[in-house]
Design a protein around this ligand. Sequence first.
Ligand code: PGA
Length: 253
Amino acid sequence: MEEKNLIISANWKMNKTPKEAENLIEELKSKVTKVKNEIIIFAPFIDMHVATKLTKDTNLKIGAQNCHFENFGAYTGEISPNMLKEIGIKYVLLGHSERRLYCNETDEIINKKIKTALKEGLKVILCVGESLQDKNFNVVEEKISVQIKKALYMVEEKYLEKIIIAYEPVWAIGSGVYASNEEITSIFRIIKKILLNMFSTSAIQKIKILYGGSINAQNIKNFLKIKELDGILVGGESLKTEEFLKIIKSVSN
Ligand code: PGA
């Protein structure tokens, strides 16, 4: 049977000062040396310097939670893809529902960000997912379809291997409520169908799909039963060393 090394990613959101980040990474890195899975930590910008330094030559990778769609210019307070690249960042999370909600990020802006990030050689984790209202109105497929079609509009096929999609239903984020395996499987199939309408079969085979939303050390084993799962995105529980290590252990076993 083919062995799949699932991607383990952690979204710290606006948590951990540089000192706290240093402590957490020090604790983690000695305990994951034998783990073969890719572990990506999406850390706040201010933590990146210390985080990239500490994770050099380890299997922990540091990613950014956002970037701008231009590489330089009069955009006060923003960070560009080429700035990230210069300090050794290889991944960027784009389209997270909290950025869509609190920072008014539209699908059009996300599309621009994706194109610039890819051109700079970054790998993009694109977050998509329906709200509770979308779910109640039975428009989940439509919502995800629009998000993907717009986010990947005019993205060249050659870049698809650098794209990972994270399915994160908004109602499952930080709520303790999570999607069932049936729901996740059905959305993964919908995502593949949407991608097939946009790109060639061979190109989309390289795109990996993750699930995120209230993953914890108890429920992780359940998600691992999903055949189509390529990895996970963990929020709150990735801030707690012991819990995150338990999750890593379950996934990597
Ligand atoms: P959560 O967050 O695990 O705390 O639900 C997931 C995310 O927002 O990426």
